[in-house]
Structure formats: structure tokens, C-alpha cells
Design a protein around this ligand. Structure first.
Ligand code: GLP
Length: 259
């Protein structure tokens, strides 16, 4: 069962996850972070700015979950640009060690396999940050995705395109395709940390954690993983049947246990 931590604010959630990441950076010889885009992980990256100041981060590797296909990497909304702006630059990470799937049309046929190999060569992901789409997607694994899937080309649903239109001038500009780590790729990370904030995510969070494991809710794949931490605010937790138990369990957690 995933550990579910219900907190008052996004800042508190960001701080909790950032503390765990700092521990990895300081204690693991070759830490590998799984990075997510979207608005959800921003409090984590913000909290990391001050926490990582003065720490040696030259050895930190990272792999982003996904990228748009056919959008120039220099476009401000390409996930390479977003990761550069939100993560690499503010945290002072080595851009060479932070990888994003290659969404260039010319190489997209083998870009998935190339990316899988890079993750394996790096020793796998230690901690994977995840957001969740309103339709229950993680990465860009839309409903119907195989639980065994690896990094590959996917078609975005109209709902996801509409959700992401806010980052572009118009809906027409939102790409129709993406390259995303598969659910199988994500499940190989050693620790999954799923974050969700706001009432718009409440239904997807409840379905993912308390509903049946189903390809219709790709995030329900987390039920198959042995080490999952879900960090949500009250609004995103509002549809969870077991919310009181999660609170009780977290409040009574032995102090020596991390997340
Ligand atoms: C995008 C990303 C996902 C992200 C999701 C939620 O589609 N590919 O990785 O989790 O949207 O976005 P947000 O965090 O902005 O709600």
C-alpha cells in the first residue's frame, strides 16, 4: 500500500519531498532523479533551491518523464526548456547529466529505446517524481497504456491537450504527439513520489489509489510498486475513503522512518 501524506500546503509538500532528495544527493554515490514537468512538482524544485545551496550536485543525474514530439527543443514549452528553466539552472545541475527524451521527428523511431538504454546505463532511477493528469495519466501514459510499456511515442488525448493549452497561445499549438517513459519504465524506479494538489485532481487520486488497478487509470500502476509515497493537499485528498487512516498512520510513524 502506498504511504499517503496529507499536508496543509503545497509548500509543505515541496519541503517534505525536497528533504528526501537532499538525503539522496548527499548519501547516494550516483543519485539518479526522475523529473516531472507540469505545475505540480514546482514546490519541490523551489524547496530544493535553498536546500541544495552549498551541496555538491555535480554528480546528480536526472531523467525527465516525457517530451512533446515535433516541438522544437528551443520552444519555451518544450520539456527540455522547462527542465532547464525550472530544474537545471536554479539548482546548478550539470545539463549533460540531465536527460529529456528526444522528441525530434527524425529520430523518434528509436528515441524510446535509446532513452531506456540511457536509464539502465545510469543504474536506474532512485526517486521518481510524478504528477497526475485529470484523466489519471502519469508521464504522458494516457488511459489504456500497457503496464509493461517502455519509453515510446504516444498520441495525446484531447483532454490532455486542452489541460496543457494554458502553456501555449492556442489549443492548435499544443502538439498531438509525445514521447513518454512507459508505465513499465516508471515502475522500475526504486521510489515513486506522486504529488497532487487541488480539487481537480481529487477524483484521479482516489481512482489511482483506491480503485481497481486498471489501464483506464494509468496512475493505478503505483499500486503494483513496493515503495510509493503520495503527497497531497487536503483538496486533492478530498475523495479518499481512507483519508483518516492515512493521517493516523503518518502521525504515528516511527521517527526513524523516512518517506
Ligand atoms: C502533463 C505532464 C505530466 C503531469 C501532468 C499534470 O501532461 N506530462 O507529467 O503530471 O501534465 O500537470 P500539472 O502538474 O500541471 O497538473
Amino acid at each position: 500500500m502506498a504511504e499517503v501524506v496529507i499536508l496543509d500546503s503545497r509548500a509543505a509538500a515541496g519541503a517534505l519531498v525536497a528533504d528526501e532528495i537532499v538525503r539522496l544527493v548527499d548519501e547516494v554515490r550516483n543519485p539518479v532523479l526522475g523529473l516531472a514537468t507540469g505545475s505540480t512538482p514546482l514546490p519541490v524544485y523551489e524547496a530544493l533551491r535553498e536546500r541544495l545551496a552549498g551541496h555538491d550536485v555535480s554528480h546528480v543525474r536526472g531523467f525527465a518523464l516525457d517530451e512533446y514530439v515535433g516541438l522544437d527543443v528551443t520552444h519555451p514549452e518544450s520539456y527540455r526548456s522547462v527542465i532547464t528553466r525550472e530544474v537545471i539552472e536554479p539548482l546548478g545541475l550539470d545539463p549533460e547529466l540531465i536527460r529529456v527524451p528526444n522528441g525530434a521527428l527524425e529520430t523518434v523511431r528509436h528515441a524510446g529505446d535509446d532513452y531506456e538504454r540511457e536509464i539502465i546505463d545510469a543504474g536506474g532511477v532512485d526517486l521518481q517524481i510524478l504528477g497526475i493528469g485529470t484523466d489519471g495519466h502519469i508521464g504522458f501514459n494516457e488511459p489504456g497504456s500497457s503496464f509493461a510499456s517502455t519509453t515510446r511515442l504516444k498520441t495525446l488525448t484531447e483532454q490532455t491537450r486542452a489541460d496543457n493549452a494554458r502553456f501555449f497561445d492556442s489549443l492548435d499549438e499544443v502538439p498531438r504527439h509525445c514521447i513518454t517513459q512507459g508505465l513499465g519504465t516508471i515502475l522500475r524506479a526504486r521510489h515513486l513520489v506522486l504529488l497532487a494538489f487541488g480539487v481537480a485532481k481529487a477524483e484521479a487520486v482516489a481512482a489511482a489509489l483506491e480503485g481497481p488497478v486498471s489501464a483506464m487509470i494509468p496512475a493505478s500502476a503505483v499500486q503494483l510498486h513496493p515503495h510509493v509515497t503520495v503527497v497531497v493537499d487536503e483538496a486533492a485528498a478530498s475523495r479518499l475513503e481512507l483519508a483518516d487512516y492515512y493521517r493516523y498512520s503518518y502521525e504515528n510513524k516511527p521517527s526513524w522512518q523516512g518517506i
